[in-house]
Design a protein around this ligand. Structure first.
Ligand code: SF4
Length: 346
């Protein structure tokens, strides 16, 4: 919630999760202490630093003044690794935040597994008691081989320990999974090992993201060298299906809540929704080849949101016309075009 034409007088970072669009943003750290994941360009040119408690508290006071009593329900702590703050500092910041914004029901942050796993259960409990109640964790994959190749800097065991530690302290865990991050070669290994890790954590949220190779990333270089091969739209859906199929006993909310995903309608509370979600993925996979291409391009071009949108004759015709044009311009490159369009989605 920003006031139009009036830049906030306190510091803001560049990124927040999709689910925090309406939240108060308070910056505790700048950048990412790791900053080496192959696929990530989020904080590429930013040195990591932990802001001082005094500076953060001053920002909280200024934010309270700036928003003039607006009753925020949520606050997201920016940037990449708030838990790297000494626990007593983070607890103090959380207390200040709750004092100035008493309406807050949810205080959240990104949580790097390697950092979280270093906290003791008592420290995690103190952070939870101070009010931090959700961590967004970039798991990306539960496969050690995939994690090693993308230079994630964490292991599956650390990811599982971090997730379990947070959940035991009463902090909700939201795991981001990148569908396709293992490339074609490790697609199956990625899906199955990720499902195994998620079963052990049983996080409150599982948010999948289709891979988009960012310009300037190391993954782009791997791709150019031929070391990593981009899966097709069909392969990404099949990989997601394999992951979902193996989430035995998982009870969290599964979602495709980002425009980078082909089938955003695949979301629901597990385990009850599992069959329905699998059926939605199967519905796409069962379409004739040309229908799948038309839907994927129609979706990437912004004509379609859901599979049902194909029933609208006007949209179908608009998609068919644009696909024909694209095929003349880029013959045989439908998947490449889909990727180029989704890579631009932030
Ligand atoms: S994905 Fe997360 S941990 Fe990796 S470099 Fe980007 S911000 Fe840092």
């Amino acid at each position: 919630m920003n006031r139009p034409g009036d830049a906030p007088p306190f510091e803001l970072g560049p990124i927040r999760p999709v689910a925090e669009a309406r939240s108060l943003l308070i910056r505790t750290t700048r950048g990412c202490p790791w900053n080496r994941c192959d696929f990530c360009v989020n904080y590429q040119d930013m040195a990591f630093s932990i802001r001082s408690v005094a500076d953060i508290e001053r920002d909280i006071e200024m934010a309270a003044d700036y928003y003039q009593g607006h009753a925020f329900a949520g606050c997201f702590l920016q940037d990449g690794d708030s838990l790297l703050m000494p626990t007593e500092d983070l607890v103090r910041v959380l207390a200040t935040l709750r004092r100035h914004f008493p309406s807050l029901e949810r205080i959240t942050s990104y949580g790097r597994a390697a950092t979280m796993a270093r906290k003791t259960p008592d420290e995690m409990a103190a952070i939870a008691a101070a009010g931090l109640n959700r961590l967004y964790c970039g798991m990306e994959s539960g496969s050690d081989e995939v994690l090693r190749r993308i230079h994630k800097g964490t292991t599956a065991a650390q990811i599982v320990r971090a997730g379990q530690l947070a959940r035991q302290a009463g902090i909700e865990v939201s795991e981001f999974i990148i569908i396709g991050i293992g490339g074609r070669e490790l697609s199956r290994e990625h899906a199955l090992a990720t499902a195994r890790a998620l079963v052990q954590i049983d996080p409150e949220f599982i948010r999948v993201r289709a891979i988009g190779v960012k310009q300037g990333s190391r993954l782009e270089q791997s791709r150019q060298r031929g070391d990593w091969v981009l899966p097709t739209e069909d392969e990404l859906i099949r990989e997601q299906r394999l992951l979902l199929e193996h989430l035995d006993g998982v009870s969290g909310y599964f979602s495709n809540d980002h425009a980078v995903n082909l089938l955003m309608e695949v979301e629901g509370q597990l385990p009850a929704a599992k069959d329905d979600l699998l059926a939605k993925l199967d519905r796409f996979l069962a379409l004739p080849d040309e229908e799948r291409v038309q839907f994927a391009l129609g979706r990437r071009l912004g004509h379609y949101q859901t599979l049902d949108d194909r029933d609208q004759i006007g949209r179908r015709e608009a998609v068919a016309r644009q696909v024909e044009q694209l095929r003349r311009q880029y013959p045989g490159m439908e998947d490449e075009v889909c990727h180029a369009l989704r890579e631009r989605v932030v």
